[in-house]
Design a protein around this ligand. Structure first.
Ligand code: SAM
Ligand code: SF4
Length: 329
């Protein structure tokens, strides 16, 4: 295990991207994420405080992390969200982004930008109100679109739209989302359904694979693939029209060999993968008064034992004991 330098795992992958969950709670109950009746959330008193977060994030910065994505649960329902963005921003990360369901984006867009947030991923899933309700079960499409408009007006460096593609529900909206990309100049990212939710919806037949998403787009448009970087989404542009889309094909073409992500839960547990079944509590270490050296050793050791891949297709695959809304999507 390397004792200094960047955060390297046993396969030589360098980890410089932190997904930071600031709450497990959510005002939505998306079919792919949690059950309709779900109330299994951490209580507020278990969250890391903004100052504890700042202590840990300074350590991650020292270890070479240069981008932080704030997520959850729904990060914009955390009361101290602006204070948290500000605290992260003061540490000086090259990139600070946030993933949201958009309900409170109109309310917070300007404050988020002023606090230092650079980029936003907005989950929309459907441009049809009925289907939106079927997938997200709470809230309404118009409020999310109003949030999107507010984010556009505010002028973030980048806004991306996330769409979990589900066979038989929104698989007929691929071309509508391409039009949306073209109209607003934003990248749309289609995400293959993953077995990481506390729900029954995950079945192979509900996954809309990358190949079928590409088939839907190319039924109307000529496209060209962009050069691939560390980004999990392979991205494409229109040849004869201005649009850009990505596909996150975690299931049919996993990108684990270039993974650079680590995750910190709202109560300070470090996970080396979304699909991991183990974790360590940095929150407990902070509460016990451990020094930075001890915390750094624990972080390095947890990252070093990251598996080579998520293994969802292997016989021994175990669905993570913490669903995506608890780990941070
Ligand atoms: N609440 C915020 C939101 O919905 O954007 C942030 C948290 S959410 C867990 C982060 C991302 O994970 C969203 O884009 C969501 O669509 C995606 N997601 C959740 N469950 C998923 C699943 N089972 N398969 C694929 N993507 C999923
Ligand atoms: Fe909430 Fe996001 Fe999960 Fe939907 S995907 S239930 S908005 S945390």
């Amino acid at each position: 295990m390397p004792l200094d330098g960047s955060l390297v795992d046993g396969f030589g992958r360098i980890h410089d991207d932190l997904r930071l969950s600031v709450t497990e709670s959510c005002n939505f109950r998306c079919v792919y994420c949690m059950d309709d009746s779900n109330t299994d959330f951490l209580s507020k008193k278990e969250f890391l405080s903004p100052s504890q977060l700042k202590c840990l994030l300074k350590v991650f910065k020292e270890l070479g992390v240069n981008s932080v994505r704030i997520t959850g649960g729904e990060p914009l329902i955390r009361k101290e969200i602006i204070e948290i963005v500000q605290a992260i921003s003061e540490i000086g990360f090259a990139d600070i982004a946030l993933t949201t369901n958009g309900t409170y984006l109109r309310k917070y867009a300007v404050d988020l930008k002023n606090a230092g947030l650079k980029r936003i991923n907005l989950s929309i899933d459907s441009l049809n109100d009925e289907k939106f309700k079927k997938i997200r079960r709470r809230g309404d499409l118009q409020t999310v679109l109003d949030g999107f408009a507010a984010a556009l007006d505010t002028g973030f460096d980048e806004i991306k739209v996330n769409v979990v593609a589900i066979r038989g529900i929104n698989d007929d909206e691929i071309l509508d989302f391409i039009d949306f990309s073209s109209k607003y100049g934003v990248t749309v990212r289609f995400i293959e359904l993953m077995p990481v939710g506390a729900t029954e919806i995950y079945r192979d037949e509900n996954v809309m694979p990358k190949a079928d998403i590409l088939k839907a787009v190319t039924s109307k448009w000529n496209i060209v693939e962009n050069r691939r970087d560390n980004n999990p989404a392979v991205t494409y542009c229109g040849v004869d029209a201005q649009f850009k889309f990505g596909i996150i094909s975690s299931m049919t073409e996993p990108f684990c060999d270039t993974c650079n992500r680590i995750r910190l839960t709202a109560d300070g547990h470090l996970r080396n993968c979304l699909f991991s079944t183990s974790e360590i509590s940095l929150g407990d270490m902070l509460n016990q008064g451990c020094g930075n050296d001890e915390i750094i050793r624990a972080i390095r050791s947890e990252i070093f034992r990251k598996k080579s891949g998520h293994g969802t297709n292997s016989l021994g695959y175990v669905i993570p004991n913490k669903p995506i809304y608890k780990v941070g999507g």
